[in-house]
Ligand binder design. Structure first.
Ligand SMILES: Nc1nc2c(ncn2[C@@H]2O[C@H](COP(=O)(O)OP(=O)(O)O)[C@@H](O)[C@H]2O)c(=O)[nH]1
Ligand SMILES: Nc1ncnc2c1ncn2[C@@H]1O[C@H](COP(=O)(O)OP(=O)(O)O)[C@@H](O)[C@H]1O
Length: 218
């Protein structure tokens, strides 16, 4: 097959996009986002702030910024969060500074946030930069098996997460893409395909008109 290759230096600069992953707890978004980030130098994770206590193995500043309720309230008051919500009795929010800096530099940003946060981002000026992906489990029994198998939460917390799963899933219609995470390799390949195609959208190619004019000598 013939490839119409363009040298990278001839590519017009691109506008960064906001890649949102939501799912009921346990469907696999943390696993998938880690793998997506590993193989892609153009996208960075938005590390959320949360008042939830760290799970074993979670690292402050990498998985989350673990903050006190008072600190979180200060961040809200000082408008340091792009969006925030209460989930499972704890507060979670997206620090504004790192996201704005990454987008400004033309990098994409990955968000692991719930439907409430996604709705809030949708209402900002950045709505046209949003790509919203919802990840479904194959079924609810498998979701529960994954939460149990992850073994990071006590049984009452797992019960709470299962109770909220239906509510989270009911928001699937607010997303651009719906994936079923049955086979993680397949789901990852689908995520990569979405990201690749979204990056090529005309509206994200800054300076495209100049690029084409230059090509045509106009
Ligand atoms: N709105 C919002 N939701 C968040 C944020 N960070 C995490 N969440 C959501 O909070 C929920 C609970 O996250 P977590 O306690 O890590 O549990 P997990 O989803 O089972 O790994 C998930 O639905 C996350 O997507 C955030 O910054 N904003
Ligand atoms: N496709 C899959 N098949 C089987 N298990 C999976 C799959 N994807 C994720 N898991 C497992 O399910 C559990 C929950 O995944 P996780 O990524 O923590 O979910 P979330 O971040 O959505 O809460 C983890 O133990 C993970 O290894």
């Amino acid at each position: 097959m013939t490839e119409f290759a363009r040298p990278a230096s001839h590519r017009p600069p691109r506008r960064g996009l906001m890649f949102v992953l939501s799912s009921p707890s346990g469907a696999g978004k943390t696993t998938l986002s880690r793998r997506l980030l590993e193989g892609d130098g153009d996208i960075t994770l938005s590390v959320s702030a949360t008042t939830r206590p760290p799970r074993p193995g979670e690292v402050d500043g990498k998985d989350y910024w673990f903050v006190s309720p008072d600190r979180f309230a200060d961040m809200v008051r000082d408008d340091q969060l792009l969006e925030w919500a209460t989930v499972f009795g704890h507060r979670y929010g997206t620090p504004r500074g790192p996201v704005e800096a990454a987008l400004h530099e033309g990098h994409d940003v990955l968000f692991d946030i719930d439907w409430q946060g996604t709705q809030q981002l949708q209402q900002t000026d950045a709505a046209s930069d949003l790509v919203r992906v919802f990840i479904l489990p194959p079924d609810l029994a498998e979701l529960e098996r994954r939460l149990m198998g992850r073994a990071t939460d006590p049984i009452d917390v797992i019960t709470g997460r299962m109770a909220r799963a239906r509510d989270e899933i009911s928001h699937w219609g607010e997303y651009d893409y719906i994936l079923v995470n049955d086979n993680a390799d397949l789901c990852l390949a689908e995520l990569r395909a979405i990201l690749k195609a979204e990056r090529l959208r005309r509206k994200r190619q800054l300076g495209l008109a100049d690029f084409v004019r230059g090509m045509l000598g106009q």
